[in-house]
Design a protein around this ligand. Sequence first.
Ligand SMILES: [Zn+2]
Ligand SMILES: [Zn+2]
Length: 334
Amino acid sequence: MKIVLTGRRRLEIQKNSKSEKSGKGQVRLQVLYCAICRTDAKMWDQGHRDLLLPRVPGHEMAVADSQGKRYVIWPGVSCGTCPHCRTGRENRCEHLQILGFHRDGGFADEIIAPADSLISVPETLDSAISCFAEPMGCIFHALANFPVKKNPRFLIYGGGTMGLLAGLVIHASGGKPMVIEKNKEKTLAAQPFLKATGIACTTNTTENGFDAVINACPDTQAFADGLKKLRKGGHFIFFSGLTKNATIGTDLIDLIHYHEITISGRYGLAPADMQRAVDFIDAHQRILATLVQGIVAPESAPGLLPQVLAGKGFKYILDFTASQIPEQPGQNNQ
Ligand SMILES: [Zn+2]
Ligand SMILES: [Zn+2]
């Protein structure tokens, strides 16, 4: 079975087409689990610049090959020859295609993916938790080559899954993260994670002079506040795109000038980031389990997207392990 986005807010459950062959360098894999990302919900609601319809969404998946060996998949398909690919920055590839955007992704019980994009999962790592490898890889990508002093004071805007994952990585590497989340319900839901890690989360702070800020929410106000909360010479990691067509005052842009702030844009992840994420996740499984909102039947995906879009709850993970029984002749999955 596969879940296909056929139009705006239209998600259909369909049978796999038997005719689809895996091409050269491609492998057919069983999808074990695929997490729902807010980007999936956004493209269901409003499309995406990289989306071609009809499309099977999903780019945070755990898979197995015909021998039962488990992997996660770096969701990009890169050319391997452009200057970005040749320097390990495959996420910037001039010809990049993304599973779940340009090609069919993981909301299906099987997927065809480039063999080169597979990253082995350690035996100790739970398959469902391994779905965090993609979002966590984006965090590693965002924080890579971070140029400020050791053990930075870090302000994170947004207490959703991404903000908390960023907090976890910063905390584990000796930094001091503080998460700003305006929604009290969300902060309450994050308590098991916050208690287990000791990471501070608040609706606002009077503290200033942070070494670094990362925005893990599209709020333009958070972007503005973050710039003002930085120390001179501070670093802003521009991680989440901003709400469309919002305006930003030039006084704010001038602040970048007067305070000599460095802004680093970060988008996606390279395979090396995902490999680092897998090792990190393996060592932090119990904490990550507190961010799993539910492991659910794939058929519940259409009903869950509005909640994911509204930022309610943490990670929902679609469980395809039960749907891998061979289909009976004449069975209708529509
Ligand atoms: Zn995602
Ligand atoms: Zn390339």
